[in-house]
Design a protein around this ligand. Structure first.
Ligand code: MEV
Length: 447
């Protein structure tokens, strides 16, 4: 057995875990350990909080927390908290926000807030018999979960619907209880999964106690009980609109800009290669706010991509139109977000992000996050169809390269001035930096 295999790693102390990882996986154990320590929070209580978010924590992994101001959303003005590592995302968000601030701002509408979960099970018998039985005992599912749903019902949520679904034609003997929930301001994953596991027990118990079923039919097998992260009925729409003539931009006439913009959106509707990149840009905006507000960006990502493929082809999540001289640009996305529970009440910076947004309800946050995606997409498309994307990107990238080269603040200032009107590519940055330092090559910089 490899000496890199370990049993009982999780039972080691934090120091023990660090020692073991350093010894087996770091090139220089002391340097590695010093780095881990450097990233610990100086306040032991805060560090412990972070340690306990997950298992086997050995340090923290920082992401920049930026702010994109000037978002006018439904006539309120917001500064969006964004946690993201990609340079230019926050700058692009802020630029789009200011652009639309002067053109009426963003409007949002929550279309619906339903979430879904399933008990997936196998039944060897007649579907119609099961269907009748399921409907006869439906009230039991609600009764048996009453203690779980009590608080949620007080807040206006709970179980909305229960259905038996026949999947036998796709997978032999496979059926589902499909449950629909309203979870109000919580994301609701734990609530939904707890209810589903209770439904499974009710189903098994009621069938076993019934004399309508043969012994074989009674032998149902629960495969799993789990919420679905696909939430097409937890949907929000965000939109901007203005007269076409207000859209002249970066030396391009309003008509030409709108015509190219429309074409770019349509390309992303019909061409999956482009749609994937187009939606990636949207997720730059969505994920950054989702992470800053302590929500589950993996769940949001998977829901958005499934939604983008709902027609059978992967397509753009945004769309636009021009009618009677009015340009409209909108996004429709499934966003199952929470503003209470989970990380939202634990992580101090997440709490601050919610405070910055005025402690929004889940519905309000859905609108804000959708706007962030729309604004990001507008910024990307605006750059793509006018100046090209590299100008903005490389400007931000310039600082990353300069940091790699360990430039001082003063050198950074001089380099930014040097590249003011140019697109700075890596080699050009290195050459200009070497010239500034008066050395011949990168190797000389290290001497
Ligand atoms: C880069 O992170 C995102 C873009 O590629 C999005 C797009 O092409 O629409 C700029």
């Amino acid at each position: 057995m490899s000496d890199k295999f370990i049993k009982g790693f999780s039972k080691l102390s934090k120091e023990g875990k660090i020692e073991w990882v350093a010894e087996h996986y770091f090139n220089n154990a002391d340097e590695g350990k010093a780095l881990l320590e450097k990233y610990w929070h100086p306040d032991a209580k805060t560090q412990k909080l972070h340690d306990e978010f997950i298992e086997n924590t050995i340090t923290n992994f920082y992401l920049p927390f930026g702010v994109a101001p000037n978002f006018k959303i439904n006539d309120e003005v917001y500064a969006l908290p964004m946690a993201i590592e990609e340079s230019s995302v926050v700058a692009a968000a802020a630029k789009s926000a200011s652009f639309w601030y002067e053109r009426g701002g963003f409007k949002t509408e929550v279309v619906s807030t339903k979430k879904v979960g399933h008990v997936h099970f196998v039944y060897y018998g007649d579907y119609n018999k099961l269907w009748e039985f399921f409907n006869d005992i439906k009230a039991r599912f609600y009764e048996d979960t009453a203690h779980i749903t009590a608080n949620m019902r007080k807040r206006g949520g709970g179980i909305l619907d229960l259905m038996l679904i026949d999947k036998n034609f796709e997978e032999p003997n496979y059926y589902q209880i499909k449950a629909t929930f309203e979870t109000v301001d919580s994301m609701g994953a734990n609530f939904i999964n707890t209810c589903l596991e209770e439904f499974a027990q009710t189903l098994q118990r009621e069938i076993a106690a019934s004399n309508l079923f043969t012994e074989e039919e009674k032998n149902i097998q629960i495969i799993m009980c789990i919420l679905s992260n696909y939430t097409p009925e937890c949907l929000v729409r965000a939109e901007v609109s203005c007269p076409v003539e207000f859209l002249a931009t970066d030396g391009v006439s309003a008509e030409e800009f709108v015509q190219k913009f429309e074409r770019a959106v349509h390309v992303a509707r019909i061409e999956p290669y482009r749609a994937t990149t187009h939606n990636k840009g949207i997720m730059n905006g969505i994920d950054a706010v989702v992470i800053a507000t302590g929500n589950d960006f993996r769940a949001i990502e998977s829901a958005c991509h499934t939604y983008a493929a709902r027609s059978g082809q992967y397509r753009s999540l945004t769309d636009c139109s021009v009618k009677d001289g009015i340009f409209r640009f909108w996004i429709e996305v499934p966003l199952a977000l929470g503003t209470v529970g989970g990380l939202t009440s634990l992580h101090p910076v997440v709490k601050l992000a919610h405070e910055m947004l005025g402690n929004p309800s889940a519905k309000e946050l859905m609108g804000i996050v959708a706007v962030s995606g729309l604004a990001q997409n507008f910024g990307a498309l605006r750059a793509l169809v006018t100046t090209g994307i590299q100008r903005g990107h490389m400007k931000m990238h310039l600082l990353n390269v300069l940091n790699q080269l360990e430039a001082t603040d003063d050198e950074k200032k001089q380099m930014v001035a040097h590249f003011k009107d140019k697109v700075p590519h890596y080699n050009e940055i290195v050459t200009a930096f070497c010239n500034l330092r008066g050395v011949a090559s990168v190797e000389d910089l290290k001497k």
